[in-house]
Design a protein around this ligand. Structure first.
Ligand SMILES: Cc1ncc(COP(=O)(O)O)c(C=O)c1O
Length: 253
């Protein structure tokens, strides 16, 4: 069995166990494979193992991989901070955008999506850290942003997305997210998705109702350190495609 297959099975087993522990059906939690920095061949290999949903956090990398893998029936998701100049291209690709955190971005996506034949799936990203600059709308601003998105014919409001803040336990942060999600769902019953949980905290996210977990490291291996030092353990090592510097949880574009 390949390393990727072992990792995929292990992640799926973690998801299934966490769902059962929360009294939920394992099928109620989708796995989004975050393939940033990993080569298109790894994405291709995972699709051969049945994985369908893939996420990227840099627009150009998403566009390049989508072009290289155009023969595959996979679903792309964008999970990073999205600049307006790249937003139209991402929308035209039909990738679900998990990181809508302002009306101006919703407007650009809406305009681009209206040219297509179906509404673009979008998530409102919620900032759980209380610090500006890492992406996400402040929790108190989320309901109004959700209302604005729901009014736009080119967009399909799927739900909320968040990253657990650094330096505090994930569970209480995800509970705050679930409370905002319940508020949004009261006005928008179709906004049923909660995109939360990564390699290190997917159990905590599933416990509060995550329907999509975004997993990179536990599937593909550790990404390279900025310094070029190799932090990867032999157990998870797979060949990365770039040495692009980034911090853990970095969502820049
Ligand atoms: C928004 C987002 N979600 C999920 C992930 C995947 O995180 P991990 O590699 O810890 O599973 C990343 C990675 O950078 C990310 O930026």
């Amino acid at each position: 069995m390949s390393r990727l297959e072992q990792n995929l099975r292990a992640v799926r087993a973690r998801i299934d166990a966490a769902a059962r522990a929360a009294g939920r059906a394992p099928s109620s939690v989708a796995l989004l494979a975050v393939s940033k920095t990993w080569p298109a061949d790894d994405v291709r290999a995972l699709t051969a193992l049945g994985q369908v949903d893939f996420g990227e956090n840099r627009a150009q990398e998403l566009l390049d991989k989508a072009a290289a893998l155009g023969d595959l029936a996979l679903r792309w998701h964008f999970v990073g901070q999205l600049q307006r100049n790249k937003a139209a291209a991402v929308a035209r690709l039909g990738a679900a955008v998990h990181s809508v955190d302002r009306r101006s971005l919703a407007d650009v996506l809406d305009r681009a999506a209206r040219d297509g034949d179906r509404a673009l799936p979008v998530f409102v990203q919620v900032d759980l850290s209380g610090q500006t600059g890492r992406g996400g709308a402040a929790p108190e601003d989320v309901p109004a942003l959700a209302d604005a998105i729901a009014e736009r014919g080119g967009l399909d409001l799927r739900g909320l997305m968040a990253v657990a803040p650094l330096g505090e336990p994930a569970r209480p942060a995800f509970e705050r997210l679930a409370a905002v999600a319940a508020r949004v769902r009261a006005d928008h019953p179709g906004a049923v998705e909660l995109s939360a949980g990564m390699s290190g905290d997917l159990e905590e996210a599933i416990a509060v109702g995550a329907t999509v977990v975004r997993v990179g490291t536990a599937l593909f291996g550790d990404r390279p350190l900025p310094s070029g030092q190799d932090q990867r353990s032999p157990a998870t090592r797979v060949t990365p495609v770039t040495g692009a510097p980034e911090a853990p949880g970095d969502m820049t574009n």
